[in-house]
Design a protein around this ligand. Structure first.
Ligand code: 5GP
Ligand code: ZN
Length: 117
């Protein structure tokens, strides 16, 4: 796992960096992406660093992952995109342009999304 002391998403959870909250749960936090790729673009993260990206997930993260999905579904409902549809994305590694090494789930919606974006 990368050095977490410099992790921007850990700092966001700690309130050391600003963010626009959308929802939160006991173990997750959802906030608006700073560079939105769609009218709704929210990031759902675990409050604890846990793993850098989805490649590090295992069976032991099942409950946390379920909570992230639940938060993402509630984000979609709250944002008004649940009915028309939305996309949930985990980027992993450089070919996926994964830029922040703290597990995060993108919730994208509010327009018709092409296969790649
Ligand atoms: P990745 O490409 O790693 O899957 O996604 C990282 C996302 O985090 C990008 O969509 C990027 O716009 C977003 N991001 C990077 N830095 C910040 C920040 O400081 N605040 C917020 N709200 N989003 C950020
Ligand atoms: Zn972190």
């Amino acid at each position: 796992m990368s050095d977490t002391s410099d992790c921007i998403f850990c700092k966001i959870v700690a309130g050391e960096l600003p963010s626009t909250e959308v929802l939160s749960s006991e173990r997750t936090y959802a906030f608006r992406d700073i560079n939105p790729g769609a009218p709704t673009h929210v990031l759902v993260i675990p409050r604890e660093h846990v793993v850098d990206n989805a490649a590090g997930l295992g069976a032991e993260h099942g409950d946390l992952l379920a909570e992230m999905i639940d938060t993402a579904q509630r984000v979609a409902t709250q944002e008004g995109v649940a009915e028309r549809g939305f996309r949930l994305v985990f980027n992993v590694g450089p070919d996926a342009l994964n830029s922040v090494p703290h597990l995060h789930l993108h919730v994208l919606g509010g327009r018709q999304l092409g296969l790649m974006g």
